[in-house]
Design a protein. Structure first.
Lengths: 189, 189
């Protein structure tokens, strides 16, 4: 089964297909950038995005919005994670947190997949708790991976991307979507 | 002459009226928060905002969008200045710039007033160049004023708000609007 996934980010497609193949789903990238509002809820941005893309392609489609919420920064960068990464980079985040003690360096990655077929609009949320490292470590993955240490691990996602396949926010949201979609597709047939 | 000014920020009204009184214009606050896009151009946000508010009130109206562009931070926080102030505060900005040398601490405040009467859409831009201080100084004004030293001065806008009346970004954008509006109003009569 092919599922259209609108994103400008090839990494997301690759990660999604790691999960999709378990469920017999192949995600196919299409690129319809959608206007993002300043909403601070990932669900809202994903829902508005998937409706926008659906109107363009008139086919069932998913989008995914994700980011990192850092507790010591009042939730920053949250839904502005891509923008903050572009402007400030991981070095900027580390500078912002230079005075933050180890025990307060908590945060989480969030991923929300939104699906729309013209009638049914559904969202699937995945999160992974962790800590922000004190320096960039490793170069695997993308975005905040080199400064994100998932709970229960010693290495950042940048040093060791293996756990992402099992415990990442995107793994969880995509898997939740896949489970839904397998049933949905049976219902459609 | 009264001019409707849609903003949630009373400080902006007070500042605008300092300028407006010179031109016989009184700015009256109305509060119609408009959805801001993630556009990185102040002009676009102001234009979209004033069109939105006009549709709500069906009367000629202005909005103002402003922020600070910091060169060493790739233009951050720019059109996200209010959000960054809320999440990170001036301490956050100072942390981001902790390693930035004096000569590279340049930035500017920008203000864009947008006017719409249902037909004519006009924008008025004001800027003030300056530097980002190394610590918060003074408590006058609001936003980034305690860390912004206008070019040619030694004190921040937070320490000495007097220069704002003459050289601030908002002074300039509002004055440009006032000059336009006096003529516009003569034409309408």
């Amino acid at each position: 089964m092919k599922v259209l996934f609108s994103t400008t980010n090839k990494h997301k497609i690759a990660e999604a297909n790691e999960t999709g193949k378990i469920y017999g789903i192949e995600f196919e990238q299409i690129n319809f950038p959608y206007p993002e509002t300043r909403d601070e809820k990932f669900e809202n941005i994903a829902c508005e995005g998937v409706r926008y893309v659906y109107e363009k392609v008139n086919k069932q489609v998913i989008v995914e919005d994700s980011g990192i919420i850092i507790d010591a920064l009042n939730g920053f960068p949250g839904t502005f994670s891509a923008y903050a990464q572009k402007k400030l980079g991981n070095k900027g985040i580390l500078n912002l947190m230079r005075d933050v003690e180890e025990r307060n360096r908590t945060g989480k990655y969030i991923s929300v997949v939104a699906f729309f077929d013209g009638k049914i609009l559904k969202t699937f949320v995945g999160t992974v708790d962790g800590k922000i490292s004190t320096r960039e470590r490793g170069s695997s993955g993308f975005g905040y991976d080199p400064i994100f240490i998932p709970l229960g691990y010693a290495q950042t996602f940048g040093e060791n991307p293996e756990p992402k396949k099992e415990i990442s926010h995107r793994r969880k949201s995509v898997e939740a979507f896949c489970k839904f979609y397998v049933k949905y597709n049976e219902g459609v047939k």
